[in-house]
Write a protein that binds this ligand. Structure first.
Ligand SMILES: C[S@@+](CC[C@H](N)C(=O)[O-])C[C@H]1O[C@@H](n2cnc3c(N)ncnc32)[C@H](O)[C@@H]1O
Length: 634
């Protein structure tokens, strides 16, 4: 049973004389609480402590605050149910970060004068608890976080330079209370979201603006809420006295507000300036790198889904860039393998922002989500299994640096090399080995050849990306072609770098990936057939002469590949995909394919047929080549 005695003793005296349930506090906290609690002592306060363990602290608070309205303790440990108190003290069992627990607490008291977080001390819990419970602090009340020394320890998601530690978060609140002086038009939520996008849903600008002060002491932070009558504002000059022998003009300032400043041109206040330094030695882009980027900021974006196999190499290739990206965001799209562990480990050493998404939502949705969190001018995509050469960003930046007006540049892409699972080169210059139109100049060629690039080989203008509405989230394959096609149509130019700046890893992908690609391809074909119907007036038959023939070929290739794995079900599926395109072809092709279609439904025969057709194709191209040589000699 609880031993609560009403007394006039000081907090230190009550603590020293306490005999009941055990409480464990550090020595320096006792005088700190002495001065913090004094103003609340005689009031009808409500107090919440997160993390109570043996529950002694609740008894001590109850003894000290004789007029308390309610004292609530919350603990995740079900054994705390055993704690038995008299009236005025309540215990809620549950994880403080869970909705359910917050509901139970607010059912007992909707607001508090004092909240003390002495819970798990793990950075994520400390931050989430603050964001969920600070709104419950009454005007003029305080939110105390104990044991912040853990934010310097790895096991508690910390480290001296850890970007996601509780201390790193709380330091930002110091900027938050000074937001009226930033002069850049950004909100406090913007600032927090720039560094901690994973908590964006918990930010309330209204609540964040009620932070009055942030005081740090050894292992402790006290965040005070503004009073109803005293919002957080610097207020006007208050000038008193009559003798101003040094600076006369000061007398005129009395009653004047601070001049509104405009710091939007200040590179040191630029949001893009804040994040990345691949050396890991703190925030901010070194000046020499700003010069290299021509003052353009770059965000590297990597969506990850069960990519543990090649992930380290991909991340390292970003960190090894000769021009550092200013932001590096990795989205874990609901991986069930060890991807997250790898990213977390690397983000402890390097300035990487990890966004975790519980449910797998596809790479287009992940990329869109990550890009929304970034402020940079340019977006550099990289896939989890690809690698950038160290001069990748430097090379792709060149056309953006040189841009001097005219049609705005939407995207720049480069050639790339093919590598295998071991990371060994299969072939150099994928794009240059083919006869393609680069950069893209005309719609028919674009539709006929495709984008023929890889997301990892591109650098995209953020303005153009936003203007066309980002990636189509229905696509998981062809999403880059679809995006660039829309940019092309919306009057954005593109540039091509004719040497390889990255490596594309080609390997036997899973059934899941093949299935997603085929599904995406079906959607994409429908989309572009609707977007670009045959144009009889111009005599350009987009569907009949360009789209349908191209994708009949693609399905046929996929059919042959499925044949190599003897996946007959898949072969039949692709045969039906070809069937769906037959009505859109020219009459002769229609007739020919309608005749051979039944053979395709019989996969072994279909496979032989397509291989024979491929051989014929090779022969005819030889004949064409020989003819060319003959005419050339003439
Ligand atoms: C340091 S002890 C609390 C000590 C106590 N305040 C005192 O003064 O003696 C930390 C307590 O936090 C609890 N805890 C840890 N994670 C929690 C969470 N997510 N929600 C609520 N309580 C949590 C633990 O069960 C533990 O009892």
């Amino acid at each position: 049973m609880s031993s609560i005695e009403k007394t006039d003793s000081t907090f230190a005296e009550i603590f020293a004389a306490h005999t009941g349930k055990v409480s464990d506090k550090w020595q320096s906290y006792i005088p700190a609480y002495e001065s913090l609690f004094a103003e609340f002592r005689d009031k009808r306060i409500a107090l919440l402590e997160i993390g109570i363990q043996n529950g002694g602290s609740l008894e001590i608070y109850a003894n000290y605050f004789a007029n308390a309205e309610i004292i609530i303790g919350c603990d995740i440990n079900p054994k705390c149910r055993l704690l038995d108190y008299g009236p005025g003290i309540e215990v809620v069992i549950g994880n403080c970060t869970a909705d359910e627990t917050r509901r139970k607490i607010t059912a007992l008291s909707p607001s508090f004068d004092i909240i003390i977080d002495d819970g798990s001390h793990v950075s994520n819990d400390v931050i989430v608890a603050f964001l969920r419970y600070f709104s419950l602090v009454r005007p003029g009340g305080i939110y105390v976080i104990e044991d912040l020394h853990t934010s310097y320890w790895q096991q508690w998601q910390g480290g001296l330079f850890h970007k996601k530690s509780s201390i790193a978060f709380l330091k930002l609140l110091v900027d938050a209370i000074n937001s009226e002086h930033w002069g850049i038009g950004e909100s406090i939520s913007d600032l927090l979201a720039a560094e901690f996008p994973e908590y964006r849903a918990l930010f309330s600008e209204r609540v964040l603006r009620t932070i009055k002060s942030v005081n740090f002491a050894n292992s402790m932070c006290v965040i005070r809420k503004t009073g109803d009558d005293a919002p957080n504002a610097l207020g006007p000059h208050v000038v008193k006295g009559s003798e101003a022998v040094v600076e006369q003009s000061i007398k005129a300032l009395d009653g004047m507000a601070q001049i509104k400043v405009d710091e939007r041109q200040n590179p040191a206040s630029d949001f893009g300036h804040r994040t990345i330094d691949a050396s890991g030695a703190g925030a901010g882009v070194p000046d020499r790198d700003r010069q290299k980027t021509g003052n353009l900021t770059i965000a590297a974006i990597m969506p990850v889904y069960n990519g543990e196999r090649f992930l380290r190499e991909a991340i390292q290739s970003v960190l090894d860039q000769t021009v550092y990206p200013h932001e590096f965001v990795i989205v874990d799209d609901g991986s069930t393998d060890g991807s997250c562990v790898i990213i977390e480990e690397m983000s402890r050493k390097y300035p990487i922002t990890l966004i975790k998404r519980e449910k797998n939502s596809g790479q287009s949705a992940s990329r869109n989500f990550a890009i929304k969190q970034c402020k940079s001018d340019l977006i550099a995509l990289i896939d989890q299994d690809d690698r950038w050469y160290p001069n990748h960003l430097d090379g792709l930046l060149e056309p953006f640096r040189k841009f001097r007006g005219g049609l705005p540049l939407g995207w720049v892409y480069s050639d790339f090399d093919d590598i295998d699972e071991q990371g060994l080169v299969i072939a150099r210059s994928f794009i240059n080995r083919q006869t393609l139109q680069n950069p893209k100049r005309d719609l028919v060629q674009f539709l006929a050849q495709g984008a023929v690039t890889q997301p990892s080989a591109t650098l995209i203008s953020r303005a153009a990306f936003d203007a066309v509405g980002g990636f189509d989230e229905n696509l998981s394959g062809f999403e880059d072609e679809d995006l660039f096609l829309r940019m092309f149509r919306a009057n954005y130019d593109n540039a091509y770098i004719a040497h390889p700046l990255s490596q594309w890893r080609i390997y036997d992908s899973s059934y899941g990936a093949t299935y997603r690609l085929a599904k995406s391809q079906r959607y994409y074909i429908r989309k572009i057939m609707t977007q670009f119907p045959d144009d009889k007036w111009r005599g350009i038959y987009y569907v009949r002469d360009v789209i349908a023939p191209r994708f009949v070929m693609t399905w046929a290739l996929m059919y042959v590949r499925a044949g190599r794995y003897k996946n007959y079900a898949l072969m039949r599926e692709y045969a039906w995909d070809i069937w769906a395109l037959i009505p859109h072809l020219r009459i002769l092709r229609r007739i020919a394919l309608t005749i051979v279609f039944p053979i395709l439904l019989w996969p072994r025969a279909g496979d032989l047929l397509l291989k024979a057709a491929a051989k014929c194709w090779r022969w005819t191209s030889w004949i064409r080549r020989l003819k060319y040589l003959a005419t050339a000699r003439l």
